[in-house]
Design a protein around this ligand. Structure first.
Ligand code: 7GP
Length: 816
């Protein structure tokens, strides 16, 4: 008698796990140990995916199809193991197999380290898009850098952020496939040399360069149960032989090793600033390194198809620039086409413009990248020449169309002159691309009407919007199995592939039985989180309280301070007994501050100090708790979000380009308190005004207040509760050991003009929070609102975003 198929597959999986423990890891499989068996399972799952991956890559070649190159200096994929298991549809099998060894799958999953190859929203978006490209069968690849050290590991010591090294590759990752045979030479420095070609034309070549090798390292990104596996190719810097030899020949052994180490530094570490790039030489090296390697790979594939001319390049290749970090690509492609392929400038430029598209992710002025002319000229001399030539032709053209408009030439030029000569990378990206998009409707509008207004006038139709999205596989199915199961039990599982099906849930919003099941799931998730917090922090929290979460990078524009002022206000009300009845709340904060951003780091300290005061005050009891969870990352978000009642999306209007955390919360049934900013606006539109807690000044108000007349001090003087909260911060109530510690925070709000308009929004925010509490006291109402949030989130699937990019920008179709 043959065993049933599932038994067979469980048995063969078990064999594979043990085989890998013994033969891949060289470990004794007995007794089964968690760490070893985790790796054994990883390799066994990986084996099952590799065939599909090879098949997918082959199908690209066979169908000679146009492919998308998603170029991003950051990716935040989160843990892979469960993602692969679910993509392969083998969760039950895996559970059973490891159970037979006396192990628990959920515990094994916790063994995996998060690849922190990104800072925040931009990197996580790239990973959601990879997931959707695979699931929607869009032919393409992700390209980036395999950093040895990802975003720093955050610990909180005495309330302060400490940064530790995130050596995620210390033990080889089972997910990274190193491709020693895909190595490209990358040049830097040297000079551009003019020469005459055989036809007597003046041409240029880049000579006397220093070089480094880029080695391809691949990570598979599977589609959901569709056999399609997309490749994410991350480059690692490897020193070149010549480089070493030069020193060896001089008998300088240590020098040889040192120069090897120095050249490999390129892929050593991710820059940990989310929105304010520093003009560091190493960062520009990283950008060019990954651009040059990626273009050699693109051209290798293009040539494989034996095209007679480069004219059809844009029919084969679409390159998406994820912000300006890869924008030097435009000069690089021009260099290849003009210098190496001998195309005319005009032909090359046409090809460029048809190939590139650019996504902007922020309007914060300090985040718009510029590189000094001096630095580019030294590191990439030929590219600087090309940039000057692009600019010359561009300004010529503008000058002809708008004679006498010197102001216009100055505002559009690729070169800014006010602060020493700087190359504006966004301008390069705009003029070198056929399409530029923002990431939510409001943000795209701001690009057109404010930030890049003159460009929009110049190129009508070039600017467009693609509202961000999130993958429902990771952010609902994987992160919230209990809710997924409940949803599946009433509307089936089609939402996994087509999130618009969630709308069928709306019919159950008032159904008492469904409401009860919904509440039970949410309670269970909150209990799980409470257990996690107890384990991590040793702090007990009560799952019956309202879970209020503010989790994202720490930045003044995201206004964690506004939230803290509300917490202090609640605290004061509780202490003074001025509220007859208070709805107990637990506040969750999590997020990293850029290591050099002092104000953000002080905000972390303040949150922790307020937490200490509140949590330790017997007068407060269980009514208010504040926790700061260290080392926010994708896995932590997956634990927090399914347990949230309230999602804080309270940025100054106009400043958060989109947000994607806002979508993850609403999808999981949390209600949002938010401003009219980024994608909040569109979320509110679909979930309905009644199911959203709105407050605060609009983007236009903000613009007006910034133009003059805003007086935060007057607001401070006239609002008793606000004044009290600020005075407590500034006089050392939360820092008795150093009373002046938090002065810089209060100064930014009072003495320095409160640029982020915290005080302007305080009263409305506190009032809306009171409405939150009131609604929470009515479980039937709250649950209805929660269900309707989930039910209406179909639009925010990254599948929808990716299909918009594919149709409107990349002009590629899904493989059949
Ligand atoms: C972020 C934006 O701040 C966020 O609003 C948006 O949802 C996300 O990109 C994805 O579009 N920006 C960054 O993470 C960032 O690093 C600087 O921007 C270039």
């Amino acid at each position: 008698m043959t065993a049933p198929e599932s038994n067979q597959s469980v048995e063969s999986l078990k064999d594979d796990i043990q085989r890998h423990v013994a033969l891949t890891l060289g470990s004794d499989p007995f007794p089964p140990r968690k760490g070893r068996y985790y790796l054994g399972l990883c390799y066994s799952v990986r084996d099952r995916l590799l065939g599909q991956w090879l098949e997918t890559q082959r199908s690209y070649y066979d169908s000679i199809t146009k492919r998308v190159y998603y170029m991003s200096l950051e990716f935040l994929p989160g843990r892979f193991l469960m993602n692969y298991i679910q993509a392969l549809g083998m969760e039950e099998e895996c559970r059973e197999a490891v159970r037979d060894f006396g192990l628990d799958l959920d515990e094994l999953l916790e063994e995996e380290w998060n690849p922190g190859l990104g800072n925040g929203g931009l990197g996580r978006l790239a990973s959601c898009y990879m997931d959707s490209m695979a699931t929607c069968r869009i032919p393409g690849y992700g390209y980036g850098i395999l950093y040895d050290y990802g975003i720093f590991y955050q610990t909180i010591v005495n309330g302060y952020q400490h940064e530790g090294a995130d050596n995620w590759l210390r033990q080889d990752s089972p997910w990274v496939l190193r491709r020693g045979h895909f190595m490209f030479l990358i040049n830097f420095y040297g000079r551009s040399e003019a020469y005459e070609d055989s036809a007597g034309h003046e041409r240029f070549r880049w000579v006397d360069t220093e070089s480094v090798m880029a080695m391809a390292c691949d990570i598979m990104v599977p589609g959901h149960q569709n056999g399609h596996v997309t490749n994410m190719r991350l480059w690692k810097a490897i020193s070149t032989r010549d480089f070493e030899l030069e020193h060896f020949n001089r008998g300088d052994y240590i020098g040889a090793v040192q120069s090897k180490v120095e050249s490999e530094n390129i892929s050593k570490v991710l820059y940990p600033n989310d929105t304010s790039p520093r003009g560091k030489e190493l960062r520009l090296r990283q950008q060019y390194f990954f651009v040059a390697a990626t273009f050699q790979d693109i051209l290798r594939r293009f040539r494989k198809n034996n095209y007679s001319s480069f004219d059809c390049f844009p029919d084969q290749v679409a390159v998406q620039l994820n912000d300006t970090h890869p924008a030097i690509s435009i000069a690089e492609l021009m260099r290849i086409l003009v210098d190496e392929e001998s195309l005319t400038w005009e032909t090359a430029w046409t090809i460029c413009q048809k190939t590139f598209s650019y996504t902007n992710h922020t309007v914060l002025p300090e985040a718009l990248e510029t590189w000094s002319v001096e630095l580019i000229g030294r590191m990439l001399p030929r590219h600087l020449q090309i940039i000057f030539e692009i600019n010359r032709r561009f300004l010529d053209d503008v000058g002809k169309r708008f004679p006498g408009r010197v102001d216009l030439l100055r505002s559009l030029s690729l070169i800014a002159e006010d602060n020493g000569k700087q190359v504006r990378m966004a301008h390069l990206a705009i003029i070198g691309s056929h399409t530029v998009n923002g990431v939510a409707e409001l943000h795209s509008k701001i690009l057109k009407t404010r930030l890049f207004k003159d460009f929009d006038n110049l190129y009508p139709g070039k600017f467009t919007n693609v509202t961000n999205g999130i993958t429902p596989r990771r952010w609902l199915m994987q992160a919230n199995p209990a809710l997924s199961e409940l949803i599946g039990s009433v509307i089936g599982d089609e939402w996994i592939h087509d999130l618009s099906h969630l709308s069928e849930l709306a019919a159950y919003a008032d159904d008492p039985e469904f409401q009860q099941r919904w509440q039970e799931v949410r309670k269970r998730n909150k209990k799980l989180l409470a257990r996690y917090v107890l384990r991590k922090l040793g702090v007990g929290i009560n799952p019956a309280t309202l879970f209020d979460m503010h989790i994202k990078r720490i930045h003044e524009y995201k206004r964690q301070i506004l939230n803290v002022l509300h917490v202090i206000t609640l605290y004061n009300r509780i202490r003074s007994g001025s509220v007859a009845h208070h709805v107990p709340r637990t506040l969750f904060f999590a997020g990293k501050a850029a290591p050099g951003y002092m104000q953000a780091k002080l905000i972390i300290k303040l949150i922790n100090a307020v937490g200490q005061a509140v949590n330790g005050d017997p007068a407060v009891g269980n009514d208010l708790r504040v926790v700061f969870l260290p080392n926010y990352c994708v896995s932590q978000a997956e634990k927090l979000i399914p347990a949230a009642d309230l999602s804080e999306q309270i940025s100054t209007a106009g400043m958060e380009a989109s947000g994607t955390g806002n979508m993850k919360f609403a999808l999981n049934g949390a209600l949002t308190i938010g401003t009219l900013d980024g994608a909040n606006i569109e979320i509110r539109e679909v979930v309905g005004e009644d199911n959203f807690f709105l407050f605060g000044h609009t983007e236009e108000d903000v613009h007006r207040l910034h133009s003059g007349g805003y007086d935060p001090v007057q607001i401070y003087e006239s609002n008793i509760e606000l004044k009290k909260a600020l005075d407590m911060i500034s006089t050392g109530f939360f820092s008795p050991e150093a009373p002046g510690l938090f002065r810089p925070i209060v100064d930014s709000l009072l003495a320095h003009g409160d640029y982020y308009l915290v005080l302007a929004d305080y009263a409305k925010y506190v009032a809306e929070q009171a409405r939150v509490s009131k609604c929470y006291e009515d479980p039937a109402l709250w649950t209805r609102m929660s269900i309707l949030n989930t039910a209406n989130m179909g639009k925010f699937s990254s599948d929808r975003s990716i299909m918009e990019y594919a149709r409107n920008i990349w002009k590629v179709s899904p493989l059949t």
